[in-house]
Design a protein around this ligand. Structure first.
Ligand code: HEM
Length: 507
């Protein structure tokens, strides 16, 4: 009798659930693809493998979207998402749906209500406070930090010049980390830096595993897994480091002792104000950010600004190592501006580096460091195709698929051709968006471009980058195998070789 009652309750629950979800189910039938969605798990079975398999599954869904005219469906557990690779649809969504999807709750455990993953009610006032710190005037001043750190990188690379294949990403990450520490926090993190980066990398891996596995999103179940303790330990490692730095900066601010600060970064009195100082200056008892909010926002800047630019610049160097003709053209441009001098890159040099900028953009097109962005539909939204996105539908804008969609990039969309970004050629603004677009786009877009241009210009004036040893012609033509743990990365670890450049000739 008990089991009969249980079966009846279960059947009634299924009927009720189907009735409640009838509009989402109708939508999912309009956005089908060749991948089977199973009950309870949906398509999640395709996403729970390793990082490389996950990225290839996500890329396959992006491709399905392109084949279906720009949109397709993706069930992660019982949550339905629309995957978008059409610029017009992306524009409508990114302008109207500003709330991040439920998947991002996992990341919110790390950054709290800091802008990047914050719910709308927190995001609006925070963005207002933070945006002014990215003013062109502040950013220009940071170029001296990027130039100084680029020169440190040149020194750090000297021992490995001509020594065979190396993984360039760890060197570039040290550059971006030290630049972010100086510009955001105004400190040299020294031994904390390695701990911070290791913790961040582990958190990215663990977070994506949770995002793609509906069972692990349930806190009670996650607590039973072996990774739970590691996740919270690493989160606290990061929080403790940031808290310690903020506290010490507040102490110095109270003492109003600028000389202390300058001695910490080894700088002069004209040294630019850091993001932390700008935010602290604009905060008091009645306005600005509280201590907790300061920690959250500083954490966002450190997390959002370090790995993204490192991945971007590492892909550029790997691309150039495979395309010596394009590397020569970049060097020619650099030689025209800097000659054979060793002077540091200045803010005024950056707008002149047009070809280098085109190379960076073309690399970010093919290998966008953030390959997917997510949103949540908050009220019914009808697309030009007539399909209505029902409230609570998740959205995955596939920057990866958008950047390879032949509708915008032609039949040679997969080819590396920096000229696409020269001679005033323009594209639909939502067809090229490594930094996203719309009101919730990346706040650090110009910072990132300036930092990447400075470090790449410095490296390419000093070194020639070659493919990893034993690469044959066919290897050089094959696209990089990529993996995704929130960020896109080369599965092979960004391997290349470098040798000293002969500055006398520009070829
Ligand atoms: C190549 C480097 C970078 C890439 C590809 C990148 C990309 C992105 C993307 C795709 C988003 C999500 C936007 C969305 O959900 O629509 C984002 C958000 C954000 N990024 Fe970046 N980013 C980069 C560098 C930076 C840097 C250097 C900083 C700061 C120093 C930064 C700060 C932020 C912030 C604060 C947000 C949150 C914006 C908001 O929600 O209002 N980013 N970035």
């Amino acid at each position: 009798m008990f089991y009969i009652l249980l079966a009846i309750c279960f059947a009634l629950w299924i009927i009720y659930d189907q009735w409640k979800s009838r509009r989402i189910l109708k939508l999912s039938r309009q956005l089908t693809n060749k991948y089977k969605a199973f009950p309870i798990v949906g398509h999640a079975y395709l996403l729970i493998g390793g990082d490389t398999e996950r990225m290839s599954s996500l890329a396959a869904f992006g491709n399905e979207a392109t084949l279906n005219g720009g949109t397709t469906g993706l069930w992660i557990g019982r949550d339905f998402n629309i995957v978008v690779s059409d610029a017009t649809v992306a524009e409508i969504i990114l302008k109207t749906c500003l709330e991040k999807s439920k998947m991002m709750d996992v990341l919110r455990h790390v950054t709290g209500n800091g802008t990047i993953f914050a719910p709308l009610s927190f995001w609006r006032p925070r963005r207002k406070i933070i945006a002014p710190s990215f003013s062109p005037r502040n950013l220009r001043q940071f170029v001296q930090v990027f130039a100084k750190q680029s020169n440190c990188l040149i020194e750090r690379l000297k021992p490995v010049v001509g020594s065979g294949t190396i993984s360039i990403s760890k060197y570039i990450t040290t550059f971006t980390m030290e630049s972010v520490c100086e510009t955001v926090l105004g400190v040299d993190m020294q031994e904390d830096q390695k701990m911070f980066m290791n913790a961040l990398e582990e958190l990215c891996c663990l977070s994506i595993m949770r995002i793609c596995n509906p069972l692990l999103q349930i806190e009670a179940i996650y607590k039973l897994t072996s990774t739970y303790n590691t996740y919270y330990k690493q989160k606290h490692t990061i929080w403790d480091i940031v808290d310690r730095i903020i506290k010490s900066k507040q102490k110095y601010a109270k003492m109003n002792d600028m000389s202390q600060r300058n001695s910490m970064v080894g700088a002069t009195k004209e040294y630019p104000k850091t993001f932390l100082e700008i935010l602290m200056d604009s905060s008091n008892e009645t306005s600005g950010l509280t201590d907790l909010e300061l920690r959250e926002e500083v954490l966002v800047l450190a997390v959002a600004g370090t790995d993204t630019s490192a991945v971007g610049a590492s892909f550029v160097l790997c691309m150039l190592s495979r395309h010596p003709d394009i590397q020569d053209k970049v060097y020619k441009e650099l030689f025209e501006i800097f000659g054979d001098s060793d002077r540091p890159v200045l803010a005024d040099d950056l707008p002149k580096l047009k070809y280098l900028e085109a190379v960076i953009k073309e690399t970010l097109r093919l290998y966008p460091p953030v390959p997917h962005i997510v949103r949540k539909v908050e009220k019914d939204l009808t697309l030009p195709s007539g399909v209505t996105l029902v409230k609570k539908t998740g959205v995955v804008v596939s920057i990866w698929a958008m950047h390879r969609n032949p509708k915008y990039w032609g039949p040679d969309a997969e080819k590396f051709q920096p000229n696409r970004f020269l001679n005033g050629r323009t594209y639909h603004p939502y067809a090229f968006m490594p930094f996203s677009n719309g009101p919730r786009n990346c706040l650090g877009y110009q910072y990132a471009m300036m930092s990447m241009k400075t470090v790449l210009a410095t490296l390419l004036r000093n070194y020639k980058f070659l493919p990893k040893a034993m690469s044959c012609e066919a290897d050089l033509q094959t696209p990089f195998t990529v993996k995704c743990d929130i960020m896109l990365r080369d599965s092979d670890g960004f391997q290349l070789q470098l040798e000293t450049r002969n500055k006398e000739s520009h070829m």
